[in-house]
Write a protein of this length. Structure first.
Length: 135
């Protein structure tokens, strides 16, 4: 068994404490994602992804969703599907999705591309983790 001095243990503890966000928990039900998320959009700062009940989403430069691009989303077999965004994305994209929480509340969502041929949508969903704004 290797011996680790006090300084070594302190470095390990500091490293573990500074690991950052908790691991993302896989999402099986889109209902846990309903709300407004701050996103990285190439044309808008700030920018938001609004996921509504009933399977509608909007990417928009405003919290109320005005002046945005909307479409449909759904969950199927544990995967998140996001529909076309005319004229940019003609086919739905498919993602694995995980939710990070802090103090029992959503903090960010992790989208991992499974299949998507729409570069702008891939960028918006995966360049950085969308961060929770409001229900």
């Amino acid at each position: 068994m290797a011996r680790v001095g006090v300084l070594g243990w302190m470095l390990v503890m500091v490293s573990l404490a500074g690991c950052g966000a908790m691991p993302a928990v896989p999402v099986e039900d889109a209902a846990v994602l309903i709300g407004t998320w701050d996103i990285d959009h190439p044309d808008w700062v700030p920018a938001y992804m609004i996921l509504r009940e009933g399977g509608r989403f909007t990417f928009a430069p405003s919290l109320d969703g005005s002046h945005g691009q909307s479409g449909d989303y759904w969950m199927e077999d544990g995967r998140f599907f996001i529909g076309e965004i005319s004229p940019f994305c003609e086919n739905p994209g498919q993602y694995e999705v995980g939710l990070r929480t802090k103090d029992g509340q959503p903090s960010s969502v992790v989208f991992t591309k499974v299949e998507d041929d729409c570069t702008p949508r891939i960028r918006v969903l995966t360049r950085r983790e969308p961060e929770w704004v409001a229900p």
